[in-house]
Each structure stands twice: as C-alpha cells, then as structure tokens.
Design a protein around this ligand. Structure first.
Ligand code: SF4
Ligand code: SF4
Length: 361
C-alpha cells in the first residue's frame, strides 16, 4: 500500500526506472502529481514491473499508487480481448487432485495444462488462441519424489489476481478486485490445513504482502514453493548430485513484494551446485518478461527489451534460463531456447539435481 507519509519526493523511484527517461526534477514532479491523485503522465508510461517499490529507499511503495490511479483513470492501452482473457481466469474449472491426506496441500493458483472452455462469451478469445489457453510449463514440474502424495488444487477460485495489475487493475484492499482476494483466502482456508504450499510467486506475494492490508488474518501459513523445495532438499542431501552449471535467472515482478524469497533461491542454487550468473538484469535490476500486456501498443520496444534480457544471460555464459513464473516461462522461454539456452522451471532444475531428469544437452 502506498504510504505518502514516507515519501520525501527524492525521485529515486522514477530516475531508476528502466522504462522511462526522467531526470530528477521530472521524477519529483510526477511523484507529487501522484500524491495529489492527478492523472500523471507516468500512469500511461509505466510497464507495471513493480520495481520502483523496491527502488524506493523509504518503503513508500510508489507502484501501488500508480496501480491504483491506472485503474481509476484507465490509462493503460489494453486490448479488450486481453482484458477478457484475464477475467476469464475467474471461470476456470476448479480441480482438486487428491493426494495422501497426511501430506501437504499445494495451490497451483490458475496454473493449468489443459485447454480451457471458459464461458461461452469468451468464444472468440479462445479462437484467437487456437482454442488453447495453457497457464503452465510442462505438468512434470510438480511431479517426482518432492511432490509425491501432495494434494494439488487449482482453478478460478484459487486465482490470486496479482497478475491483474499488469492490465492496470488495482489489486489493493480498496480496489475492485478485493472480493476476488477474499474469495481466494476463503477457498484456501476451506482446505483446512495449517500450512499451504503456494506454487506461484504471485500467489505468495498476494498472501504475504497484500492480504494483511485487507485486515485479514490468515488461518493457515503460506509456504512459498521455494521454501518447500529448499527444505525438501536439505532433508534429502544424500540424494542431491550437484549440477555444476551456469544459469541465468528470470526474476518475476511479484518478487518485488517479497524480496526475501530471492535469498531462499540462492540457498537452493547453492545446494544443487548451480552458479547464478551475475548479469545486469537480475536481482534489483531484473526486468519484466514483458508478457505483462501493460504496454501492448509498444510491441517493438517490448521485443527489444526481451532481446536485451536474453542476450545479457547469454553474454554471461548461462547454459540455461531458470523460471519461477509460468508467464515468464511462456514469454521468454522460447526466446532463450532460440539462443541456445534451455528454459527450465526451477522445480524441474531441482529434479535434475535429484537424478530424476537429465540436464538438457
Ligand atoms: S512499476 Fe516499473 S515501469 Fe512502472 S514506474 Fe515503477 S519501475 Fe517504472
Ligand atoms: S516514492 Fe520513494 S523513491 Fe519515490 S519519490 Fe517518494 S521517497 Fe523517493
């Protein structure tokens, strides 16, 4: 949540932004306009990467203000079919794959591997996508010994809505998506577990960083997928065979809300023996995969940013590009592949260290 009392109008947030070219004077002016609730220029230029929340030295969360006003003034150029497609996620079928009742439950949010039959109004959208709307890499990313016996839930009522900020929707407690956030919490609470593994970074960011702003106390502890994997690996070190590979990591935008999770990932990489190359576009300087849709009309610019991102990984000797978000995987994965770097979901990389899959040649 934006906290104007923490903002001293230093301008760091927008001076550091990769997507705009503001000097400090202009950055301060834009911030002042946001505080005043005006339709500032930044609202239509922002790529919704959330980075400025992390750039702000005072924890004022400027992106949350941008998001709120983007929604209020409808400043993003989102084609109607894209908007409908996102909204269609609410109607995805809800699936519970029952496992061993003594084992944990994992929420896959809206990750899915089938073509979905949304409501009939969305027929045209399905045609645009050749009838296929898949929201996950290969299903095997959550199979194998680490996930044996786990109950998996997914579908519309487990959709965390975090990604909706990429189409200019306010995901905060005063925004119009608040009822959906409450539905998510309700759906997860009804599973009756003390802990729930959250497979998507977006979902964990929502539950840990945003839901407290709603004044909701969760009756369960959300466990990030990386925390679960790290603890599993620590308990099964005798099975881990270090991979000795150089990899590049594509950090999801949602991690800006939960920066500590990056350190958990470093622990995992250390356990499985991979070297996260120190490239330009990682950690605080990560750039959005640009599957975000926020600036749909700037497709050429988006493509050039994606190219820069992938080439940066290649230049630093990465043999594979590692993903935590299925949207990043879908957007950047094929581009990494074309440059000779295998796109690998982080859980699959760990399965490779457990000897369940070969590291791609
Ligand atoms: S969210 Fe990203 S693109 Fe938007 S102003 Fe902040 S840093 Fe720039
Ligand atoms: S939001 Fe933070 S970084 Fe931006 S002007 Fe205010 S204090 Fe500075």
């Amino acid at each position: 949540m934006f906290d104007p009392s923490q903002c001293d109008l230093c301008g760091d947030c927008f001076v550091k932004c990769f997507y705009i070219d503001y000097d400090r004077k202009k950055a301060r002016r834009e911030m002042a306009a946001l505080i005043a609730g005006e339709r500032a220029e930044i609202l239509s230029q922002c790529f919704t990467c959330i980075a400025c929340n992390e750039y702000c030295p005072n924890g004022a969360n400027p992106f949350d203000r941008i998001s709120e006003l983007q929604d209020k003034y409808q400043t993003l150029d989102i084609p109607e079919f894209k908007e409908d497609l996102y909204c269609g996620i609410y109607y995805m079928p809800n699936v519970i794959e029952k496992g061993n009742p003594d084992k944990p439950v994992m929420s896959l949010c809206c990750m899915s591997w089938e073509a979905h039959d949304f409501n009939s109004e969305n027929d045209d959208i399905l045609k645009d996508y050749n009838g296929i709307w898949k929201l996950g890499p290969e299903k095997t990313i959550f199979e194998g010994q680490m996930f044996e016996g786990i109950t998996k839930v997914r579908g519309g009522k487990y959709f965390c809505v975090t990604g909706m900020m990429h189409i200019g929707r306010d995901i905060g407690s005063n925004g119009r998506l608040a009822p959906h956030v409450r539905r998510l919490v309700d759906s997860l609470s009804k599973l009756g577990k003390d802990e729930i593994i959250i497979a998507h970074d977006d979902g964990y960011a929502m539950l840990k960083a945003k839901v407290p702003e709603f004044g909701i106390e969760l009756p369960f502890k959300p466990v990030h997928i990386l925390e679960y994997i790290r603890d599993y690996l620590k308990g099964h070190l005798h099975r881990v065979c270090k991979l000795h590979k150089k990899i590049a990591y594509q950090r999801p935008c949602s991690s800006r809300y939960i920066p500590g999770i990056d350190l958990v990932l470093d622990e995992i990489f250390d356990i499985i023996g991979v070297n996260r190359v120190a490239r330009k576009y990682d950690r605080e300087n990560a750039i959005c995969c640009d599957g975000s849709d926020a600036q749909y009309s700037q497709m050429e610019r988006i493509k050039s940013l994606q190219e820069k991102n992938v080439l940066d990984a290649l230049k630093h000797g990465a043999e594979a590009m590692i993903f935590l978000c299925p949207m990043c995987y879908a957007t950047l994965g094929p581009k990494a592949q074309k440059k000779g770097m295998s796109p690998i979901f982080v859980s699959d990389l760990c399965r490779m260290a457990l000897g369940e899959k070969p590291f791609p040649a």
